[in-house]
Ligand binder design. Structure first.
Ligand code: GAL
Length: 702
């Protein structure tokens, strides 16, 4: 079973990100007072301020943060203190250029930006350990401190590493993993294109190759190695801080980035996980033309879902409060009145109990002069400050929800091997991205909330059985252990739904010489006899679904589409299948191309559960059908009817249930309450029609 989270907030808590080094000291006291007056009781500081503590190599000065922390203590402000490893000082990178990360060609990223270091340089590790030790030793017991943030956005900016130190560490990683070069050559299939290694020194992290013809098995190990490096860099810091921090103070980091096993980092290093949420990226000036019917900012729900999977009761370290942009990038407009609250409520609805706005005041210098904070350069009270105050008033009405659980109707099953294989394999990436998007969109539009569920070492069948339905879109890589776990899940009553391209690789990313879906074949009862990308030379290919035995499902597709929906387009890719088991039955057949009439979806019952192998990618239409068929679509239907522009989400605790209704539209939206419920913000009971103002959120206690 999942271990208990090491730290949880015990009341809804609001914070902001503050940079005392950016402002004259005369502003500090009034800033803190105004924050407290707004409801902000926690600030995150210092994550880029290495120079303030070590202005020269080996010279440590503590006065600056002593003075600031003492002021915080006096005013009653709590502080999350950041370790500064994301921005090494100029003296450091100049003297020790080997700490720098490099691009694939080996050219070093120079001083001036951030996250331009590599995790594996022994010198960087030594200097980071020392500054973290000094910070812990000196500030660890300060009463104003409530928590620590490691680095800043680990694996953001880049999640690829190509320095010499990385190649050296990669060799160590591989020696540990494979023991001998023979084993490595076998695992990587180096017989192909004469790549056989005869000395460990011949092995590097990826370097420029003609046509980028990387060895995919080597490349997959490289991503595993990056994750390992990042986690170990984080652990190096947390091990130190644990010796100095006060009991009860937490250690966190702000994620969530690529090529990282975030679950492992949370489990091995952290007490709680935080996320940085900037939904206004969705309206960026350099994006696709804005479209009211797209999910736009609701895509952030996907990231919040991922964060919740890492840590169910998470925090938001940076919640958007103003327009985002750098001097070199135009990223997104100012939140419209109400949107700042909507996006913060989106985080809360998905499980956040801590909301910290980025940043208190927009910086007047540097790259981020257009990454706007609550206050603007002029430092006057403004509409954003007023909205943060109003958000706080509502947020505190949710105190009883603090620590409550998000309730999902189904799970989206994932694992890191397959996630990283999508970096390596363009075929895999194409189907995986399309399907994940479809699952999110269906969930949003049909009000069917889902969790991301990661298959990891130690995942138990009980954890999986918490979900009546699991969609595992494209488990291209399949292992004996995972296949066995899935079998137990199905035998014990679960419904497992997989898509095309399942089970054709083993864990090194080599293809298996088995009929597809490989190790899953006994469970699915399906046999892939042929497969193809949809040919651009032909028109779209459809599947006709055979749901005759369950006529109720037809209606579920919506009255206007009831009959049409039994025929869905099957885009991108097709497994062309036959049944391979007497207990398997065909659920859908292709109606076009040379494989018209062949099976497009096969269902097989095993024990108390069943498996559905759908031979294409997931789309909004077919996910809707499958969720309905599996009996989990739109679980709130009898409680609240809402248009698809309104998101519905549920949190539960101690037998109490709250439903969030979030209006993501710029126009009022009507919802219909099927029973009498208490409106938490409006502080009265309601039943029947309720109108939500543009961007308004209401929380109902059921
Ligand atoms: C975040 C980062 C902040 C700030 C913000 C705006 O990703 O953690 O430090 O840079 O973006 O760019």
């Amino acid at each position: 079973m999942r271990k208990k989270q090491k730290f949880q907030w015990n009341e809804m808590t609001m914070g902001t990100c503050y940079y005392p080094e950016h402002w004259p000291k005369e502003l500090w006291a009034s800033d803190l007072e105004r924050m407290l007056d707004t409801g902000i009781t926690v600030i995150r500081i210092a994550e880029f301020a290495w120079n303030k503590v070590e202005p020269q190599e080996g010279v440590f000065t503590y006065e600056f943060f002593d003075e600031f922390l003492d002021l915080c203590q006096k005013k009653g402000m709590k502080v999350i203190f950041g370790t500064p490893s994301a921005t090494p000082p100029a003296w450091l990178t100049e003297k020790y250029p080997e700490v720098l990360n490099c691009d694939e060609a080996g050219v070093a990223y120079r001083h001036g930006g951030r996250r331009h270091y590599n995790y594996n340089s022994p010198k960087y590790r030594e200097l980071v350990s020392r500054i973290v030790e000094k910070l812990g030793e000196h500030y660890g017991k300060h009463p104003a401190i409530t928590g620590w943030q490691i680095d800043n956005e680990i694996n953001c900016e880049t999640s690829e590493f190509h320095s010499e130190a990385d190649s050296a560490a990669f060799r160590m990683f591989l020696k540990e993993k494979y023991g001998t070069l023979d084993a490595l050559n076998e695992a990587w299939g180096t017989a192909f294109w004469n790549q056989t290694y005869t000395d460990w020194e011949q092995i590097y992290v990826p370097r420029p190759l003609l046509n980028q013809g990387y060895n995919p098995h080597q490349h997959l190990d490289y991503y595993r190695f990056i994750s390992e490096s990042a986690v170990s860099f984080c652990r190096m810091q947390t091990d130190i801080l644990r010796r100095y921090k006060k009991d009860g103070d937490f250690i966190t980091t702000n994620g969530l980035f690529w090529n990282m096993d975030n679950h492992r980092m949370e489990e091995e290093c952290l007490d709680v996980y935080t996320y940085d949420s900037y939904p206004s990226f969705a309206f960026g000036l350099d994006r696709e033309p804005f479209c009211e019917t797209d999910l736009n900012d609701r895509h952030w729900t996907r990231n919040l879902t991922e964060t919740r999977s890492v840590c169910p009761h998470f925090g938001i370290m940076e919640q958007q409060s103003g327009a985002n942009g750098w001097t070199t990038r135009m990223e997104g407009p100012a939140p419209r009145p109400g949107q700042l609250t909507l996006w913060a409520m989106q985080s809360v609805a998905q499980g956040a109990d801590y909301i910290s706005f980025f940043r208190w005041r927009t910086c007047t210098f540097g790259t981020e002069i257009y990454w706007h904070g609550i206050l603007d350069y002029d430092n006057r009270d403004n509409r954003k400050l007023a909205e943060v105050k109003e958000f706080y008033r509502k947020f505190k009405k949710l105190d009883a929800l603090c620590g409550s659980d998000f309730v999902a109707a189904f799970g989206l099953l994932k694992d890191y091997d397959n996630e990283w294989d999508t970096n390596v394999d363009a075929w895999h990436q194409r189907v995986a991205h399309a399907s994940e998007e479809a699952v999110l969109e269906t969930s949003e539009r049909t009000h069917t909330p889902y969790d991301s569920v990661y298959l990891r070492e130690g995942t138990t069948v009980e954890e999986l059985l918490a979900y009546p339905v699991l969609i595992y879109p494209h488990p291209v890589i399949m292992t004996e252990e995972r296949a066995e776990l899935l079998k137990q899940y199905v035998e014990q009553g679960g419904t497992l739904i997989i898509g095309c391209r399942s089970g054709y690789k083993q864990e090194n990313g080599k293809c298996v010489m088995l009929p597809q879906p490989g190790l899953l074949r006994r469970l699915t009862g399906s046999d892939v006899r042929d497969f193809t990308f949809v040919s651009p030379a032909e028109g779209p290919v459809y599947a006709a679904w055979d749901f005759k035995e369950t006529p109720k499902e037809k209606a579920a597709a919506g009255p206007e589409k009831a009959s049409e929906n039994m025929r869905t387009e099957m885009p991108l890719f097709h497994d062309i299948m036959e049944t391979a088991d007497p207990d398997a039955k065909v659920l859908a057949r292709y109606t076009d191309s040379y494989y018209a009439g062949k099976a497009a979806a096969i269902e097989k019952k095993t024990g108390r559960g069943r498996t559905i192998h759908m031979g294409s990618v997931f789309t909004e239409e077919n996910v809707r059908l499958l969720l309905q068929y599996a009996g989990v679509l739109s679980p709130f239907d009898s409680l609240i009817q809402a248009p698809d522009g309104v998101d519905l989400v549920q949190r539960q605790k101690d037998g109490r249930t709250w439903l969030f209704a979030l209006n993501f539209k710029s126009t009022p939206q009507k919802i219909i309450l099927g029973q009498r419920m208490r409106r938490i913000f409006a502080e009265r009971c309601a039943q029947g029609e309720v109108e939500l103002a543009p961007y308004e959120t209401e929380v109902f206690e059921v």
